[in-house]
Design a protein around this ligand. Structure first.
Ligand SMILES: [Zn+2]
Length: 141
């Protein structure tokens, strides 16, 4: 189970729609205990593959390094990331499964159709099995 506030979801939707027709991406900051993942902050990142097309993303590694440095000494960690699928469903793509190097990461994928927010889902991706499971996400106020 993932808990995400309405404000954070709106922030992700804003990133996804303003980056359209490119993919947006960013990091999810929060903490995990047992099977509960609480997201406390959304950190938009530079998509370093943006110029390669509208169907791929890679979070700028420097953005993540800087963020992890800032989180040192706090109870928060990088627990996942988000990206958008312009004119595509929110299902993880083949490229996403290929890129799923960190099995503990939460993937939040936003579908943007013709520039407008469509829907989103949260997943865990298993690169070895080339499978994904959908995680429940609760929006809190
Ligand atoms: Zn994707």
């Amino acid at each position: 189970m993932i808990k995400l506030s309405k404000i954070q979801l709106d922030q992700i939707i804003y990133e996804a729609t303003t980056s359209y027709p490119s993919e947006c991406c960013g990091l999810l900051v929060g903490n995990t205990s047992d099977h509960l993942h609480i997201i406390n902050n959304i950190v938009p990142s530079t998509n370093i593959l943006r110029s390669r097309g509208n169907d791929c993303f890679e979070i700028d590694p420097q953005d993540r390094i800087n963020l992890e440095r800032n989180l040192r000494g706090t109870t928060d960690n990088v627990i996942g990331h988000f990206h958008s699928h312009p004119n595509c469903s929110n299902t993880p793509s083949k490229i996403d499964l290929e890129m799923a190097y960190e099995p503990q990461m939460i993937w939040l994928i936003v579908s943007v159709i013709e520039g407008k927010f469509h829907d989103f889902s949260t997943y865990r991706l298993d690169k070895a099995k080339q499978q994904y499971i959908e995680l429940n996400c609760e929006i809190i106020n």
